[in-house]
Design a binder for this molecule. Structure first.
Ligand code: ATP
Ligand code: MG
Length: 409
């Protein structure tokens, strides 16, 4: 019996749950199956309804398994966001044991940097080294093998509320998979969208999802800040529904087909379906732009304040990269450039094996990044193998029955 080594990534978003199944072929990833299902159990990135979340995860996994022709999956790498996430920087220092720095010195110094008091209802999700300092030499990425007597590390620590992390893991487990690692969503999106060169230069990733906007600030190749803002694409849709007095699904349709954040000279009108019982009416496109533009300006002002407050604005040499489904509203990069006073571009996930053009969409940045970040390879059995297994079983059963008959007769 042969088994297939697969990697599974699961992005449990506020608007969709997406599953990717891939295989590692000579160190390269090859996507085998994709499943995407509307998500109904999350609010602002956190699980608020376990039953509905499990249902969405299950449907998305089934779809991906069907496409990949795989019967059984063990575990997945899952993404996490939500406004319970809190990140901060810390540092630690240890004496070097034997002149030359070993991996155990690195582990000890990272442990020392982790020794910070965090509230009892929180747990650490990531401790990401930014740079090491050996004696008086700073800016070292990997100190193993270097000589020195004092090792210092600067790290970025990501924490989340324990009950909310456990709710997410519980949903994945109830849907039939083990969660082998939990990764902060903007770290995953950065992996699929940003280049190493951009991260070295200094760049800010803005992933605008349905319920949250996730920020990852990079400098000198390291993550220097990350934050989840509880504001996303669905707030744009809600504003439109309220301002135009139209149902939510009609507002979403208008946002997707005509949505823009900047008004245009001259008047264009759209025919919209009002609340039930009312007749269709005409609405100026500039009114749509005004509503969506106000929300976009608010979002980018929040980001600008954050960058100034954390003293990160001047470190950002490479500008901003917008990704996530919510980044696709027309003229959003121009609006962002105006508010953030830096170059802004749309970021698409970089292509790799088995990736269709449909996957090269900003809403898949997180799940594709989760796949690339995943180091866990598990065994999965394909449908043909299962059939083979079953026939093997019948074969064995047949043989043992023959033996029984031999013994009796
Ligand atoms: N072409 C488009 N134009 C404008 N908005 C779009 C477009 N396509 C998708 N969106 C918006 O993107 C949002 C969903 O993005 P995405 O799939 O990245 O979110 P999510 O991962 O489910 O949510 P979150 O990351 O916040 O938990 C929705 O608000 C949707 O309206
Ligand atoms: Mg998302």
């Amino acid at each position: 019996m042969s088994t297939k080594s697969v990697i599974v990534a699961l992005d449990i978003g506020t608007t969709k749950v997406c599953t990717l199944i891939a295989q590692k072929v000579s160190k390269k990833l090859e996507i085998l199956g994709v499943g995407s299902h509307p998500s109904n159990g999350l609010k602002k990135g956190s699980v608020v309804n376990i039953e509905k979340t499990v249902e969405s995860i299950r449907s998305s996994i089934e779809e991906a398994k069907l496409m990949a022709g795989i019967e059984h999956l063990e575990s997945a790498t899952i993404g996490i966001a939500g406004n319970h996430i809190y990140c901060f920087n810390s540092s630690g220092v240890v004496p070097v044991k034997n002149k030359e720095i070993s991996q155990s010195d690195v582990d000890r110094v990272i442990e020392a940097a982790k020794a910070v008091i965090i509230p009892s209802d929180r747990e650490i999700l990531h401790v990401i080294p930014q740079e090491f300092k050996v004696d008086n030499t700073s800016g070292i990425k990997n100190p193993v093998g270097m000589c020195g007597s004092r090792l210092e590390v600067y790290v970025h620590i990501v924490t989340g509320k324990t009950p909310l992390i456990h709710n997410l893991i519980k949903c994945v487990e109830q849907a039939g998979l083990k969660a082998n690692s939990v990764i902060l969503q903007p770290i995953a999106s950065s992996r699929s969208v940003l280049t190493q060169e951009e991260k070295e230069l200094g760049v800010v990733l803005i992933d605008i999802g349905g319920g949250t906007t996730d920020i990852a600030v990079w400098k000198d190749g390291s993550l220097v800040h990350s934050q989840i803002i509880p504001l996303g694409g669905s707030h744009f849709t809600n504003d439109l529904a309220v301002a135009l007095k139209i149902p939510h699904n009609e507002a979403e349709k208008i946002k997707l087909t005509h949505g823009t954040v900047m008004g245009q000279p001259g008047e264009t009108f759209l025919t919209i379906q009002g609340l039930s019982g009312t007749r269709p009416r005409e609405v100026a496109l500039n009114q749509v732009a005004e509503v969506l533009g106000a929300r976009a300006e608010e979002l980018f002002n929040v980001i600008q304040d954050l960058m100034l407050e954390k003293n990160l604005h001047n470190q950002n040499t490479g500008g901003y990269v917008l990704t996530g489904g919510g980044a696709l509203i027309r003229s959003l990069p121009e609006m962002a450039e105006y508010v953030l006073e830096k170059p802004v571009k749309l970021g698409y996930p970089q292509a790799f094996g088995g990736m269709t053009t449909a996957m090269q969409h900003p809403k898949f940045s997180t799940v594709l990044g989760l796949l690339q970040e995943s180091r866990h390879v598990t065994e999965a059995s394909t449908r043909e193998e299962k059939i083979q297994d079953e026939s093997d079983m019948f074969d064995k059963l047949g043989k043992s029955l023959k033996n029984v008959f031999k013994e009796i007769f």
